[in-house]
Design a protein around this ligand. Sequence first.
Ligand SMILES: Cc1ncc(CN)c(N)n1
Length: 217
Amino acid sequence: MKWTENAWKEIEGIYTSVTEMPFNQELMSGTLSLDRFRFYMQQDGVYLAEFSRALALIAARCFNHPYTLDFIRFAERAVVVERSLHEGYFRQFNVTGDAEASPTCHNYTQFLLTKASLDQVEVAMAAVLPCFWIYKKVGDHIYQYQDGKNNPYQDWIDTYAGEEFGLLVEKAIEICDDVASRCSDLQREQMTKAFVMASRLEWMFWDSAYQLEKWPI
Ligand SMILES: Cc1ncc(CN)c(N)n1
């Protein structure tokens, strides 16, 4: 069985819970409050800047794999395509200024940057995979079950359910399976651990936006 098939089994429960979260249910129906979406978008802007740095670090550390260019492209896409989605919403919903990372955003981005810089590169690849895969699955799920009428968040849904994003996700999955096939059992276990942790942090990221999370001090 491929590593990604096993890894997905480990997070099936987290994924189901993600699709049931109030944030994603209300995004799907278009009833999510603007405050919550604005908060999410601002934090996601902070997240994407750090996520693209993590991807660029992985690209630089790919010397024993032929995937440098793929990770450079992933980093470029996070900066160019996803940021342009954000800029459209920033204009539309009057979001201004640089946000400070919320506790969860800080937790998640530091986790990714630590994995990308200090862990074995295969483990780092596994750590960034949920950022692709869960978003694609959630985008497809919302696209399938929405009623598609006047949803202010339609651009977001179309981006993550879209074919272009889907191709990147397929590539990221293929890369993880290829590198995992040349790892030891222990290394594959570490990849799975990183994959599960990042999936939990994805769940927390949506929840923190719904709660409009603040630093307690
Ligand atoms: C928190 C988060 N995770 C993943 C994605 C999709 N790259 C995103 N935009 N934001």
